[in-house]
Design a binder for this molecule. Sequence first.
Ligand code: SAM
Ligand code: SF4
Length: 321
Amino acid sequence: MLTDAHHRIIDYVRLSVTDRCNLRCTYCMPEQMRFVKSSALLTDAEIITLLETLAAAGISKVRITGGEPFLRPGLIPLLAKIKAIPGIQQIAITTNGVLTRPYIPDLKALDITHVNLSLDTLQPARFQQITRRDQFAAVTQTLDSLLAHQLQVKINVVVMDRVNTDELADFAALTREQPIAVRFIEEMPFNGQGHAFSGINWNFETILDTLREKYTLHKLPDAPHSTALNYHIPGHSGNIGVIPAYSRTFCGTCNRLRISATGSVKTCLYGHDVLNVKDLMRSGEALLPAIQQALHHRAANGFEAERLHTTAPESMSVIGG
Ligand code: SAM
Ligand code: SF4
């Protein structure tokens, strides 16, 4: 079993399968983004070896992320191989929805039932401003198809001051008829210096206060390692969540490890890279002792990790959001 310096059990890995993306969300990356060469990415075989090793050490949940995961050639066969690893009980995926729709039957067939779809506005023109691309229709078609296939959909909404805060109630309204979880995420500094970041005006409390102006929110019990504070609006089919990603109220129960598409490992989103599993595998060194060692030096929380991380904020697409 993997544990950290603070006796937290680590049973969840977030794995980026590509740093490439077909959107250019302003909160995530600059317009001109440099992507790594394909040879720098973990290969399918390396991903499987890595996850087999982690699963043998107690990792039971994997979230596939990126960049945009559906830009990785052969994603569905790779997911099928991950699914077959003993010990992996749940695979989830986070996607921007641009290319996702044709693969939804495959996801369903593989029992990959948890899909997080990122959508920060319900207005096509604003979508183009936020993502710098004209793909709103593709994303909403993916949303409709995910629901039609009865997958468990969470919509990730990054709340941005003076950009989309006037749409919080509109997003909450989506939960009236559909069994969607809409999760409002505090903006974090990881934009690869796409724009200046000096803290947030909209934290989870401001978001909740604004929602309460229109809706009654009933608190739901949160799952043990949930990053979201979850609520239900009476009479609605779905739920609302707020994720204090910048306020970092959930670090005490964090059970996750992050691995980038090039194999860099972070033990905290706000921290620096602690080792590279691709380098270890390519030089024939053992993975598990190095990972356990890194966890023994894990910061207590995201504030401590941030203090120790002195370089400029990376893009979430590089970290693997
Ligand atoms: N491309 C996929 C997508 O957008 O869903 C997966 C990767 S993306 C980096 C994963 C998540 O990180 C998305 O929900 C995105 O909204 C979120 N994200 C990216 N940059 C962020 C930031 N600066 N603050 C908060 N969330 C961010
Ligand atoms: Fe791409 Fe996702 Fe980053 Fe947007 S948030 S630029 S979709 S990686």
